[in-house]
Write a protein that binds this ligand. Structure first.
Ligand code: ZN
Length: 136
């Protein structure tokens, strides 16, 4: 089997669904000492990035009740929304997911908040965790 992931799959970020970014920034930034990383808003959510080593924590606040984060919070309350893994070859990773029968939310990669190619896997195929794959 070809080695398509020479750097190995890494944790890129953990997405937390929050009701108020401002309410939680003091904890993550000031108390826990995680520097802020500017990120664009995406998918109807305001996003605050906080560096945790080579990974990020993303605070996701709904800017629209109909957005994925808005619906998530309405249904389940705030909490861990998704885990994002960095891969070297997103197309290859998606091909392997397809071959393994994993249900994809994004059949075709798109650009995410960090301006990198992303695709989500469906929680029904991942043990109940929304998994994002990001190429870099
Ligand atoms: Zn994400």
């Amino acid at each position: 089997m070809p080695q398509s992931n020479p750097r190995g799959t890494r944790i890129a970020h953990i997405g937390l669904a929050v009701t108020s970014i401002e309410g939680l920034l003091p904890l993550y930034r000031d108390v826990l000492g995680m520097p802020e990383v500017p990120l664009d808003d995406a998918d109807g959510a305001r996003i605050a990035g906080l560096a945790a080593g080579e990974s990020l924590v993303e605070l996701l606040e709904s800017a629209d009740p109909g957005s994925p984060i808005g619906k998530f919070i309405a249904k389940r309350g705030p909490g861990i929304h998704h885990v994002c893994f960095a891969v070297d070859d997103l197309d290859g990773s998606l091909e392997r997911c397809r071959a393994a029968g994993i249900r994809l939310i994004d059949e075709v990669p798109r650009l995410g908040a960090e301006k990198k190619r992303i695709a989500f896997l469906h929680p029904a195929s991942t043990g109940g965790v929304l998994v994002e794959l990001m190429e870099y």
